[in-house]
Ligand binder design. Structure first.
Ligand code: SF4
Length: 214
């Protein structure tokens, strides 16, 4: 006679097999996309990455993938999905959010409770030049002291699109904010993360800011 435990065991095995098959298919799509630079079924990949976020995060870290691999992969997929939406938003209705850790240690910027750090373009880091570039596009830039500041900036500016720079954790948080607001955006990963004097590819930011309809 089949016991309740046998039935539960069968159900669990079935669920694990289904998850395994879904993961296998997603892995093939991801590998194909990475190899050909053509993303296929991004919606499906994103669904799998979101649905199995914590197990996949633990698994990839245990397998020796770089820290935040799943966040970065998910960010790349979201960037792909959002590309068209972002391209339709005029530059002056987009905002750029930069983490404060990109500044130099002896940055003379002061902190405004409304707008975050106010860069005086002292030339010690590349943020000043980037702000000049954004001024030319009539696009507002904010150097934010922490994730909680994002809400304030959004309330203040009501952007139609957000481009953000951050570590993998901030990119994940940022993508959840975009989903909630239902606005397109683009996440740019730091080249070197940490708490101070982090690094980013400024050309990558400029390229993202300039995305527009062909
Ligand atoms: S350029 Fe701006 S952000 Fe960079 S160190 Fe100077 S004041 Fe700070």
């Amino acid at each position: 006679m089949i016991s309740v435990f046998d039935i539960l065991g069968l159900i669990l095995t079935f669920i694990l097999i289904v998850i395994g098959i879904i993961l296998f298919i997603a892995a093939i799509f991801i590998a194909y996309s990475a190899k050909t630079k053509k993303v296929i079924f991004p919606g499906f990949i994103l669904f799998v990455l979101d649905f199995l976020y914590y197990p996949l995060k633990t698994l990839t870290e245990k397998l020796g993938f770089r820290k935040g691999y799943i966040d970065i992969l998910s960010n790349d997929m979201k960037n792909f999905v959002n590309y068209k939406g972002l391209s339709k938003i005029p530059f002056n209705e987009r905002i750029l959010l930069l983490p404060q850790c990109l500044r130099k240690m002896d940055c003379p910027a002061t902190l405004s409770s409304l707008r975050g750090f106010e860069c005086i373009k002292c030339g010690k880091c590349e943020i000043g030049d980037l702000i000049n570039f954004c001024d030319g596009l009539d696009l507002q830039v904010f150097i934010i002291p922490g994730g909680s500041f994002v809400k304030k900036i959004i309330k203040l500016t009501k952007p139609k699109a957000i481009i953000g720079v951050g570590c993998h954790i901030e990119l994940r948080e940022g993508s959840l904010v975009l989903d909630y607001l239902k606005v397109p955006g683009r996440g740019i990963s730091l080249e070197k993360d940490g708490c101070i004097e982090t690094k980013v590819d400024y050309e990558k930011i400029k390229k993202a800011l300039l995305i527009k309809e062909d």
